[in-house]
Ligand binder design. Structure first.
Ligand code: TAP
Length: 478
């Protein structure tokens, strides 16, 4: 018997997933090579092992995929909603059946801890397909008129932080409302989207309804610019989001943008400290901090600052950084060398600008991309680490005295995606929620997601909502 302090072998092992040495593009229901034969490698960020070689889609491939989606649209959009629902339910069930394999795949390609891909990503992915399957035959009851009409072909571009979950957020509502899609996953995490293509085949989804194009930013740019797509759905950085908005300006393409964030997690002196510490840790270290709504700024009321920071540091000392496939791991690998360089540069800037840096002693693996959970105190609003999205396991601590000051500091950012409030006072939660310019506000919890709830930002965090009934609107002529 193993003691609680020994490593228990992870039940999820590399062996449960069979990764092919190479993958083509998924166009019109078939895997095919890219038109110019270009490929790129996808590696495991935990040890830099090459997992597979994947086709790089060219502008010609984008055109082929859009044509296939256009052709499929005619029949798919004409199907009764109940028929489309059957396919979506089938996909949801296959995801559940294959969830162990998909969770391991996601942890290998992304670097996230298996506990998170198994207990958060995969259940949410399946839940999204179940949820939107339920809407497919009820669109006329959704309040969008007696005959809601789909937009047509959706071009969808997603990031690497929740590869399969972002795919689900995009594809499930699009298909439920009768659209067809061409989706481009991020360059560093193409594999789960390709496995999803296989699931579409397994579910008997008609050819061309879902097309997956792997590639880099140039593939995304070609997709967004293609004249025959009707809808662009993008999740990623604010910088690329702005470029996309410029590309589609003056066209009749409908657009939703889910962009960056710099959320404040606000702790009042009456908050239960232990519970708040768990929320802060979950807020910034979940998924290595690669979360658009990560609570990357802790705003703590001055009178409880010392008590809270002591407890937080003690908790951070217990976090285990390491092998994503070990079920005891709390913090996995940083997704890419490029992202690690970005995090390192911003953390160094924090130090250079005079904030005080602290991290628990922790040994990082020798190969792969790693960053220790890090805390900055003495942070001012002028510091780059308080203003810029770090997208890594780095927390900036600021203080406040009054609720008004907390609101002013929380809102003092170009972003407006999410916020957290920790207090026993219900009236204060409601007052704060009205004042905070954030699309999602959690109280006495953080990073909770549900397919029934709309998600999206204010200001430079983007526009449009995904999830819930509001998520249907993004794919319908209303
Ligand atoms: P981006 O660099 O913006 O990449 C996102 C996706 O866009 C990737 O598939 C990327 O391809 C592609 N892309 C790059 N340049 C493009 C262009 N000119 N035209 C069209 N597509 C292009 O972001 P990232 O580094 O993957 O993700 C981190 C950022 O995403 C963070 O700022 C984070 O806050 C944000 N994010 C926001 C949310 C929500 S819900 N608001 C969720 C997750 C992430 P490549 O992978 O090949 O570069």
């Amino acid at each position: 018997m193993t003691s609680a302090f020994e490593y228990a072998p992870a039940p999820e092992s590399r062996a449960v997933v069979d990764i092919a040495p190479s993958y083509g593009l998924f166009i019109d229901g078939e895997f095919a090579e890219g038109s110019d034969g270009k490929v790129f490698k996808t590696v495991s960020p935990a040890n830099e092992e090459v997992l597979s070689e994947v086709a790089q889609a060219s502008a010609d491939d984008v055109d082929r995929a859009v044509k296939a989606a256009r052709k499929a649209f005619e029949k798919w959009s004409a199907l009764p909603g109940a028929e489309r629902a059957k396919y979506l339910f089938r996909i949801a069930r296959i995801i559940q059946e294959r969830s162990r394999e998909l969770a391991v795949l996601e942890s290998l390609d992304n670097g996230k801890p298996i506990r998170e891909s198994r207990d958060a990503d995969l259940p949410l992915v399946a839940a999204h397909f179940f949820y939107y399957a339920g809407w497919a035959d009820k669109l006329d009851h959704a309040g969008y008129g007696p005959h809601p009409r789909p937009l047509g072909v959706a071009g969808q571009v997603i990031p690497w932080n929740f590869p399969l979950l972002m795919l689900a957020w995009k594809i499930a509502p699009a298909l439920a409302t009768g659209n067809t899609v061409v989706l481009k996953p991020a360059e560093t995490t193409p594999l789960s989207a390709l496995f999803f293509a296989d699931i579409c085949r397994q579910a008997g989804l008609p050819k061309g309804v879902v097309n997956i194009l792997t590639g880099d930013g140039s593939t995304g740019a070609a997709l967004v610019a293609h004249p025959d797509i009707n809808k662009v759905a993008f999740t990623g950085s604010t910088e690329v989001g702005k470029a996309i908005a410029r590309t589609v300006a003056g066209t009749d393409k409908k657009v939703t943008l889910e962009l960056g964030g710099k959320a404040a997690n606000i702790v009042f002196d009456d908050a239960p400290i232990d519970q708040a510490v768990e929320g802060i840790v979950n807020g910034i270290f979940f998924n290595q901090g690669h979360v658009c709504c990560a609570g990357s700024r802790l705003l703590v009321q001055e009178s409880v600052q010392d008590e809270l920071l002591d407890a937080l540091k003690r908790r951070m000392q217990t976090l285990r950084v390491g092998d994503p496939l070990d079920k005891n791991t709390d913090i996995g690998a940083i997704n890419s060398a490029e992202q690690l360089a970005r995090i390192t540069a911003l953390a160094d800037a924090g130090e250079a600008e005079g904030a005080e840096r602290w991290a628990p002693a922790c040994e990082l693996p020798g190969s792969g991309y790693w960053f220790a959970p890090t805390l900055f105190t003495g942070v001012t609003q002028a510091h780059r680490i308080a203003r810029e999205e770090i997208f890594g396991p780095v927390l900036s601590v600021l203080t406040f005295r009054t609720p008004e000051e907390a609101v002013a500091k929380a809102n003092n950012t170009p972003y407006g995606l999410s916020a957290g409030i920790w207090t026993e006072k219900g009236s204060r939660i409601l007052w704060m929620a009205n004042k905070l310019r954030a699309g999602v506000i959690w109280s006495n919890t953080f990073n909770k997601f549900d397919p029934t709830s709309p998600f999206g930002g204010y200001k430079e965090s983007g526009y449009g909502r995904e999830g819930g009934r509001h998520g249907l609107e993004a794919y319908l002529n209303v």
